[in-house]
Design a protein. Structure first.
Length: 565
């Protein structure tokens, strides 16, 4: 609500956001468009929500359909109009005007109409009123000038009564209405359009005029289905996306290891692109399985494969999705892109997200839309989905089929993705091998290595890069190179072992020779010590013998002279 203008909410999803509050309170609003575009249902929703949600009774004035038909029509939207009628919260006033039964005599006015409307308004204390469709008044009279003057008086009367009014009108040739009513309703004019492109019908809404307040000015798609009338804004007004610090696993430990710290940030938008058969859907299913293993909910929207087919296929790589489906943690919705318009697909997606409250959403593949719709419209739809999911902190996974190796997507989403994984099939040596490239991971230090992507009954594995003489090798070339490397390594190890044994033997022989030489030296040293000892003994005995001989001859050994008697 803005200063200066009081607004009455319509309760129509998306519309009150575009108008920043709803329709101008106490003033008439014109809803115009061609037949079948939804004018009556828009007005009925405005009246029903006013009575049920906002406690504002309303009067529905119909100039064409009978009350019983109106009640039956809005019942298809889930509106129990009869109950509100029984509670005197809504009154249907049927004013049938048959031109064949009207006799024009002189001038005329709509005083009788005013009296009937005033009685109906006062009877239930109405705050809202719907006039559907007002062109029926013109069909009964031949003097449009007088009738226009009376309609101007009718609009003034509605303002004086303080009624928030919705007037529906048929679109004219070159004008918004056949009788130019937009000239009289200067407060708010809404144009509804129903068009068919490529055999697919779409509905658009545009706020042509809204005096005194800001509002969305573009064309916006809207839907009419069992849940009522809803408008889908193109995107959020700002970039108020939720940001998380915690990381979540992709379900593939090797891929988590390529992201420093493990996994992507929660609430990220992750794009999986690749050629046919490269493993995009399998990787997306692994991410959904990982979310369920964390105790979270995952919503899987498939545009190519049925639920049973996906469950069966994932069993081949050791992943059981059926248990999560039975527990209610995984919801799987399959629909062909051509079944509905883009707006209907968008409405289904947003509605299912709002109902199921998942922590992770998978769209597989988004490229399915580019074959049946305009690229700009597809981009707008996907941008709305990305904005909605990021604003609600929901992790989004998008798969996209790439016909050739490319660094962009037809849907033009790569620039707004937080993470981007490219999967390719490489032909080498007569076989295809899968490769994974981690092109982008905002805010996360990540590996720049190309990994071989292998799927088996034990899951998905990313092999460490193997660089051969001609670059990175995969598949049988990798296995052959690894076998050759193992053989060469075995031969080198054998040679090392042989040399080690030879050195050991030489060391042993050398040590044995050293021990022999040490023994010989010790024997020689022992002999030398014996000889020295013998020599010393001989010398000692020689001295003692000489001394004894000298004493026998009477020599004084100390003086060398013969002793005197």
């Amino acid at each position: 609500m803005t200063d200066g203008i009081t607004k009455s909410p319509t309760g129509i999803d998306g519309f009150d956001d575009l108008t920043l509050g709803g329709l101008p309170t106490g003033r008439p609003s014109l809803v115009c468009g061609s037949a079948g575009c939804g004018k009556t249902l828009f007005a009925s929703t405005f009246l029903f929500n006013g009575a049920k949600i906002y406690d504002e009774p309303g009067v529905f004035v119909t100039f064409e359909e009978r009350p019983v038909d109106i009640i039956a029509n809005v019942d298809s939207l889930g509106f129990d109009l009869q109950t509100l009628i029984d509670q005197s919260k809504i009154h249907i006033e049927h004013i049938a005007i048959d031109p064949s039964e009207v006799a024009e005599i002189g001038d005329y006015d709509l005083e009788a109409l005013f009296l009937r409307l005033e009685f109906a308004v006062d009877q239930i204390g109405a705050k809202r009123i719907v006039l559907d469709t007002i062109e029926s008044l013109f069909s009964a009279f031949s003097n449009p000038a007088i009738l226009r003057a009376e309609i101007r008086r009718l609009f003034d009367w509605l303002k004086q009564k303080g009624l928030t009014a919705v007037i529906t009108g048929e679109r004219g040739d070159g004008t918004l209405t056949r009788q130019g009513l937009e000239e009289y309703v200067s407060d708010c004019v809404i144009l509804l359009d129903h068009r068919v492109d490529n055999q697919i019908s779409t509905r658009r809404l545009r706020i042509v005029k809204y005096r005194g307040t800001a509002h969305g000015t573009n064309e916006y798609p809207f839907l009419i289905d069992e849940d009522g009338f809803s408008v889908l804004p193109v995107s959020s007004l700002g970039l108020g996306h939720k940001v998380f610090e915690d990381r979540i696993s992709t379900g593939v430990p090797d891929l988590d290891a390529m992201l420093t710290g493990g996994g992507f940030y929660r609430g990220s938008s992750i794009l999986l692109t690749g050629v046919a058969g490269s493993g995009k859907s399998s990787l997306a299913c692994m991410m959904a399985d990982a979310a369920c293993q964390r105790g979270e909910r995952a919503l899987y929207l498939s545009f190519e494969e049925s639920e049973a087919q996906t469950v069966r296929n994932m069993k081949s790589i050791g992943t059981d999705l059926d248990k999560w489906l039975k527990r209610g943690q995984l919801r799987y919705i399959a629909a062909r892109p051509t079944f509905y318009s883009l707006e209907m697909h968008l409405a289904i997606i947003l509605r299912e997200v709002n109902k199921f409250k998942p922590q992770l959403v998978v769209l597989d593949p988004i490229s399915a839309f580019t074959d049946s719709a305009d690229i700009a419209e597809v981009q707008a739809m996907l941008l709305r989905i990305v904005d909605y999911l990021k604003s609600n902190g929901i992790t989004a996974v998008f798969t996209h089929l790439a016909s050739v190796e490319q660094a962009q997507t037809d849907a033009g989403l790569s620039s707004i993705m937080d993470g981007w994984v490219l999967l390719l099939n490489r032909e080498a040596n007569g076989e295809f091998n899968r490769e994974l490239y981690l092109l982008k991971a905002r805010g996360i230090s990540h590996s720049n290595q190309v990994r071989e992507f292998v799927m088996s009954n034990s899951g998905i594995h990313l092999l460490e890069p193997y660089l051969g003489e001609d670059g990175a090798l995969t598949g049988s070339a990798r296995r052959n190179a690894e076998a050759r490397a193992r053989r060469a390594e075995t031969e080198r190890q054998a040679e090392v072992t042989r040399v080690q044994d030879q050195v050991t033997q030489r060391r042993r022989r050398a040590l044995a020779q050293i021990e022999t030489l040490n023994a010989d030296i010790e024997a020689d040293e022992a002999e030398l010590r014996r000889l020295v000892t013998a020599e010393e003994t001989y010398q000692q005995l020689s001295r003692e013998s000489a001394a004894a001989l000298a004493r026998g001859r009477g020599f004084d050994l100390s003086t060398g002279k013969k002793k005197q008697d």
